[in-house]
Design a binder for this molecule. Structure first.
Ligand code: ZN
Ligand code: ZN
Length: 153
């Protein structure tokens, strides 16, 4: 049995998280990792206990769903809620983060962003990430890993 790489392991976790998303526009998952350990995870969804887009439709203003908190923000906020430091940590996301999330990630001290798919990669976000020396690396998910895991279990 082939051992899973760290990159694929954390990227798979983010994809698993994205399956919990409650917004029908895009299912995103994010995993914050420090010293090869997952310290937080998030998916895009409503405020806890709030109305879900999957039940009542998205609340769209200016072509954005304003109901949802993005996966990256949810992961950061989980760290804030439980007092977990994010300085020097890394994040694995299913899609390249939006400008607002990129700014939040930089400000939270995230040092690397691994993303599986490009998604409207904002030029200003890239400029800010480069300025802050945040590493950006595309890590496409190897979908066969789920298959090989299922066969081995
Ligand atoms: Zn929505
Ligand atoms: Zn975002």
């Amino acid at each position: 049995m082939k051992r899973l790489s760290w990159n694929q392991y954390f990227m798979a976790q983010s994809h698993l998280l994205s399956s919990r998303s409650t917004c029908t526009r895009l299912a995103v998952g994010a995993t914050i990792v420090r010293d090869k350990r997952m310290i937080a995870g998030g998916y895009n969804g409503s405020i806890a206990g709030g109305t879900h887009c999957i039940d009542e439709g998205c609340y769209v203003i200016d072509n954005h769903c304003v109901r949802t908190i993005h996966a990256e923000m949810n992961a950061l906020l989980q760290c804030a809620k439980f007092g977990v430091a994010t300085e020097g940590a890394e994040i694995y996301v299913t899609h390249f983060p939006c400008l607002q999330c990129c700014k939040a990630l930089i400000q939270a001290g995230i040092k690397a962003i691994y993303y599986a798919e490009d998604y409207k990669n904002h030029p200003y976000a890239i400029e800010l990430l480069e300025q802050a020396h945040v590493k950006m690396e595309k890590v496409p998910l190897d979908k066969d890993i789920f298959l090989s895991f299922a066969q081995n279990s």
